[in-house]
Ligand binder design. Structure first.
Ligand code: SF4
Length: 325
């Protein structure tokens, strides 16, 4: 039986909500596809940013409950606008016309059936660039299979392999087992392949955000990558952890302390030493830049700092070009 919207079994929460009947699930979303913003993003990893930038489309809602979510305005505060699937396909085509190297679907695990139809429509109307799945990895292979033929590149997080941290910070103690299974499925589905210009056209980039004070979790992720994914994927180690403003606790998540600072220099150096120790050379790591410049604000027509992204569509401003206040 295929996973479906009603009762919803699309993701590991299996919360059984009647989304086609208009009820929002744990992810906050009904069966309507809602989008918060689209932009040409130049801050993604080099083989997906290229010279044209990545065509990011931010999908509203989320099936995780990360207490440190930098996109909390759209993941759990509801910012976004419902788009018809034809309008979504049109948005993909506009991004392609503006020079995007790929379509980068951000956090769409709870919206797979709609996205599959939307991408199919875009393909039939001339979309020819690769489509990239940018997810938390808290998802099910059987759901991903619904749009496998439409996806070229996977960009999953591997946030932690520690069930205690999964429960405390993601509101998902089963995150490690679910994410590992989903990522292994992705690795088996898409081998790494580059074109002549060193752009990734197929494959998997596994992202890991270093959490300040929880370096043992990072060490386990690096060990996992060395043992299970080396040679089959790229690793992207992210040092941009930024404490968000007094974060509203995700639905149902326990209140816990910590995570209220940037990554320290000593922690950064320790992570680099572990990359050497595990002989991980295929991938990227960020410089340590402890400031809040990474934080998007989706209430603005330009949610990102201007060096990083050029806005194309916004849930309130549409394709308008009005300047932000
Ligand atoms: S996708 Fe949303 S509604 Fe469906 S099972 Fe997951 S959290 Fe529940």
């Amino acid at each position: 039986m295929h996973p479906s919207y009603s009762p919803c079994t699309l993701c590991p929460r299996h919360c059984g909500t009647d989304r086609l009947g208009g009820k929002p699930g744990y992810c906050g979303e009904t069966a309507a596809l809602r989008i918060a913003a689209a932009s040409i993003h130049r801050g993604e990893e080099p083989p997906i940013t290229g010279s044209g930038g990545s065509g990011t489309i931010f999908i509203s809602g989320c099936n995780l409950g990360c207490r440190f979510c930098q996109n909390y305005q759209i993941s759990r505060e509801g910012m976004g606008k419902a788009l018809s699937l034809a309008a979504f396909a049109g948005l993909c085509l506009v991004l392609q016309q503006r020079g995007a190297e790929n379509i980068n679907l951000v956090t769409g695990s709870h919206a797979v059936p709609a996205l599959a139809v939307g991408i199919a429509q875009a393909r039939s109307r001339g979309l020819s660039i690769p489509v990239l799945w940018n997810s938390s990895a808290y998802e099910l292979p059987e759901t991903l299979a619904l749009m496998e033929s439409m996806l070229d590149i996977y960009l999953p997080d591997l946030k932690t392999l520690d069930p205690a941290l999964g429960g405390r910070f993601l509101n998902a103690p089963d995150y490690p087992e679910r994410a590992e299974k989903a990522i292994l499925w992705m690795l088996n589905t898409r081998p790494l392949r580059f074109n002549g210009a060193q752009r990734l056209v197929s494959g998997v980039i596994i992202r890991h955000l270093v959490l300040p004070g929880y370096l043992e979790s990072t060490k386990e992720v690096l060990r996992w990558f060395a043992e299970k994914a080396r040679g089959r994927a790229l690793l992207s180690v992210m040092m941009q952890y930024t404490p968000v403003r007094p974060a509203p606790p995700p639905r149902g998540s326990p209140r816990q302390g910590g995570l209220d600072r940037y990554v320290h220099t000593q922690e950064y150096e320790q992570v680099l030493a572990w990359l050497d120790a595990f002989a991980i050379t295929e991938g990227f790591y960020q410089e340590l830049v402890p400031d809040a410049g990474w934080l998007p604000d989706f209430s603005r027509a330009q949610p990102f700092s201007s060096e990083l992204a050029q806005p194309v569509w916004h849930w309130q401003a549409g394709y308008g070009t009005r300047a932000d206040p």
